[in-house]
Design a protein around this ligand. Structure first.
Ligand SMILES: NC(=O)c1ccc[n+]([C@@H]2O[C@H](COP(=O)([O-])OP(=O)(O)OC[C@H]3O[C@@H](n4cnc5c(N)ncnc54)[C@H](OP(=O)(O)O)[C@@H]3O)[C@@H](O)[C@H]2O)c1
Length: 308
């Protein structure tokens, strides 16, 4: 069966990578915000109805965590209302929805990694709207796979990795929060795992239905803090940048060599963030046989890819 796959948020970190990883699996229609604006639920539902894709991979999201505190309505439309409407359309056609959610659905008070059915308790508006999105999709009756991930970065786009490298070219030291724990996850690894899941689901579909349905955690292995992540970025960058290369921002020497750890209290932000964002990936391994490498391995691969 030839699949028609709609990808939303095509300019985002995950959406960009999905266009390559999903390409061998069918015809991919990738839509940017200007082509398909999820702040308009009815227009998005109409588009999905008319396109009638077999699968929607919804990589679009309102991801500005701090700004969401003052843009609750917009964040809710994009992260919950419209994904719910897409799900309703797919419930009618039997299409599969693959959607992403976040570690920020949890309050971070658990000791140890969160499993999928741990109680939620978002600390900020972004987390609330993403949780509502999960619930609306689950209530729609469509076949769905929701992948909760964390601390997403890439070597393009707006993200922590690029911010750290930019600041490290401008300042001699970086002060970074050291009391929030999680697993930085490369967008390409998320997109590759998604393609594997889509491939397995569509193989299953040839026999009987889409197969496994539900909520899964999908993050890199291991854990660190934002300060630990930043220090590793600087160390890996220094090691790799010694290679001869004319690669613009990824080729020049850094001013900063070290990270000064600070507490969340010393770096106030409009949105509160969980102290523990670590997600257990056991369910993904047992159901799909998939496991992402340690975050340090993925970081090195991402930087090698950018620098070489
Ligand atoms: N980033 C993280 O650290 C993180 C952590 C946990 C979970 N997640 C989840 O992972 C998924 C992918 O995130 P990401 O890191 O790839 O996010 P991202 O890089 O911020 O990309 C988000 C994408 O959504 C698009 N978008 C925003 N508002 C839209 C709208 N109204 N209509 C259509 N598209 C819109 C953006 O378009 P523009 O480029 O035009 O803005 C962009 O293409 C999301 O569900 C996110 O909630 C992300």
């Amino acid at each position: 069966m030839s699949l028609l796959i709609l990808v939303t948020g095509a300019t985002g970190q995950v959406g960009w990578q999905l266009q390559r990883t999903l390409a061998p699996l069918g015809d991919v229609v990738a839509r940017t915000r200007s082509q398909l604006d999820l702040s308009n639920p009815e227009a998005t539902a109409k588009y999905v109805r008319e396109l009638a894709p077999n699968i929607v991979v919804n990589a679009a999201a309102y991801t500005a965590v701090d700004k969401a505190e003052s843009e609750h309505h917009l964040a809710q439309e994009v992260n919950a209302v419209t994904p719910g409407r897409i799900a309703e359309e797919l419930a009618r056609t039997g299409g599969l929805l693959v959607h992403y959610s976040t570690d920020f659905v949890f309050d971070g008070s658990k000791v140890g990694p969160y499993v999928e059915d741990d109680p939620t308790g978002p600390l900020n508006v972004y987390g609330e709207t993403k949780l509502l999105g999960e619930q609306d999709i689950a209530a729609s009756g469509c076949p769905y796979i929701i992948l909760r991930t964390s601390w997403v970065y890439d070597t393009r786009g707006k993200n922590f990795l690029r911010t750290v490298l930019r600041l490290a070219h401008e300042r001699e030291e970086l002060r970074i929060v050291n009391d929030q724990h999680g697993a930085p996850t490369w967008a390409r690894a998320i997109a590759e795992a998604t393609a594997q899941i889509v491939a397995r689901s569509s193989e299953h579909h040839e026999q009987s239905g889409w197969g496994h349905n539900g909520l899964f955690h999908l993050t890199a292995g291991g854990t660190t803090t934002w300060a630990g992540f930043a220090q590793q970025i600087l160390s890996e960058y220094e090691a790799l940048a010694a290679w001869p290369a004319d690669t613009g921002e990824f080729g020049s020497p850094l001013m900063a060599e070290r990270v000064i750890p600070i507490t969340s209290d010393q770096y106030k932000t409009p949105a509160r963030r969980p102290a523990n964002s670590v997600l257990s990936n056991e369910k993904l391994l047992s159901v799909f046989g998939l496991k992402l490498p340690d975050w340090k391995v993925l970081l090195r691969l991402a930087l090698e890819d950018a620098i070489r």
